[in-house]
Design a protein around this ligand. Structure first.
Ligand SMILES: [Fe+2]
Length: 475
């Protein structure tokens, strides 16, 4: 059923560059765009070449598309935006547009569509890519270019992000699929020596900060514009909630006690039969397994590692855990302030550690590993206040609904973000191990339904200052 594994998966090599910093030259933008597009394509092919045609065309879960749909959809979007819109060229395969329009066909319907088989799909995306790179070679990418598609290479950056986001979705399909493992990557390093001694929570002082961005060249519409937000002082977990901590919630009957759940959350818990994170099952010999639980991870069954951030929990589970712990989920503004505000200068950084692109030392991104790093990892990537792992490892659920920043303008089209604004979706921040650096930064916003568990999401918790802590404000 399965093609040979790819032990030297090119998607696991470190990223060379991420996005052009503001005020890059057109030449630097062109090089960054080419590198980002080529890196995305190496990953796309690594995620699809490792499976045979039957598996590529199968629907591994009704939540997901067949992988062959994602593959050709990536090419179709690239044709629409880079070849036709940016390059002004005629369509290559206009007949494919309706088939690969995500809004016309929900995922559950896609296996029944007359999709391109794997080999024609590969030829199609390669042909589109040749034309797209030729457009990139000659496009005007100056910062003051009048066409907003081309200025700072925006549309090329947008398409590299689009492909990487589908690669992340395809990685989730790999996790849902049954069958022998086909993806390989080294395990992350053990936690650093000081991880056990970190304070459980970190104080983020009160005050305004700049949320969102005006000058990140490839930031998407929902990250814009920059605006000031006043945030009351609050306590935030120094590291994401671990499997060990989550198992304490489970062992204390957290899944059986409606006190910890919202009304909607409890109804969902009962109806869906939730009793543990997705992909977990009780060990046959719980006494011999630390914590007593096993998980399936990309085709491998292994004991749940207690010091890893909890993964594959929905928003309702995260929210229930936080209430059980006497805490709450952070708001999106709190999360972004903790991740970006530099108290020394008052400005907001691109990332917790500063403005430099992510490296393997700073954050677990880019599918270099197939799991999060242990809690307390990546001290070099900590925020100025010492909060760790805000970027990478696991997406973090926030308390906030997905809403536009004040002054939001849809760009390039309403279906990118605007149609999703509202109470149906909760915001996730920070990216996960399967997120490429080009699609992850301090302003990047992800959103999903509160019932979703197949995404690579965990969380951390927060609390308000107590009255005596407020009296000592300014600490
Ligand atoms: Fe898409």
């Amino acid at each position: 059923m399965t093609a040979p594994a790819h032990p030297s998966d090119p998607a696991t090599t470190p990223a060379a560059s991420t996005t052009p910093p503001a005020a890059s030259t057109p030449g630097a933008v062109r090089a960054a765009a080419r590198e980002a597009l080529e890196r995305a394509r190496r990953r796309t092919l690594a995620l699809t070449d490792c499976l045979d045609d039957e598996e590529l065309c199968a629907q591994h879960s009704r939540l997901m598309s067949p992988l062959v749909w994602d593959l050709a959809h990536i090419g179709n979007q690239e044709e629409i935006w880079l070849v036709r819109a940016a390059g002004g060229q005629d369509a290559i395969r206009p007949d494919l547009d309706p088939l690969y329009d995500a809004f016309q066909h929900p995922r559950a319907e896609r296996p029944a569509l007359p999709l391109l088989p794997p080999e024609p799909a590969r030829r199609y995306v390669a042909a589109v890519r040749d034309r797209a790179l030729a457009v990139l070679d000659t496009a005007r990418l100056d910062h003051d270019e009048a066409d907003p598609l081309l200025a700072d290479g925006f549309v090329f950056g947008m398409l590299a992000q689009h492909e990487q986001q589908h690669d992340e979705t395809m990685l989730a399909t790999h996790q849902l699929r049954h069958g022998p493992a086909v993806l390989r990557a080294p395990r992350p390093a053990a936690a650093p020596a000081d991880a056990a001694d970190l304070p459980a929570e970190t104080w983020i002082p009160a005050g305004p900060f700049t949320m969102g961005t005006d000058d990140e060249p490839w930031a998407l519409d929902n990250e814009r514009p920059a605006h000031r937000v006043d945030v009351a002082g609050f306590w935030l977990d120094t590291v994401p909630v671990s499997n060990r901590a989550y198992q304490a919630f489970m062992a204390d009957g957290g899944y059986e006690d409606p006190r910890w759940w919202t009304t909607a959350g409890w109804a969902h818990r009962v109806q869906a039969g939730l009793h543990a994170p997705l992909f977990w099952r009780r060990a046959d010999d719980p006494e011999a397994t630390p914590g007593g639980w096993l998980r399936r991870r990309f085709g491998v069954v292994e004991p749940v590692p207690l010091d890893e951030p909890v993964l594959h929990v929905c928003w309702y589970e995260a929210d229930a855990y936080a209430r059980w712990a006497g805490r709450r989920l952070p708001t999106e503004a709190e999360w972004e302030k903790a991740a970006r505000h530099d108290p020394a200068t008052g400005r907001s950084r691109r990332y917790p550690w500063g403005d430099a692109d992510p490296t393997p030392e700073l954050a677990n991104l880019g599918q270099r590993h197939l799991q999060p790093s242990p809690v307390g990892s990546h001290p070099a990537g900590a925020s100025p206040h010492g909060v760790r792992q805000l970027i990478g490892d696991v997406w973090e659920w926030t308390a906030s609904d997905f809403a536009p920043h004040p002054g939001f303008t849809a760009f390039l089209y309403k279906e990118y973000s605007e149609v999703f604004f509202g109470p149906d979706y909760k915001v996730l921040r920070g990216g996960a191990f399967g997120v490429d650096p080009v699609a992850c930064r301090g302003t990047f916003r992800n959103w999903d339904y509160p019932i979703r568990r197949q995404i690579f999401a965990g969380f951390r918790t927060a609390r308000d200052a107590s009255p005596d802590e407020t009296a000592g404000a300014g600490r």
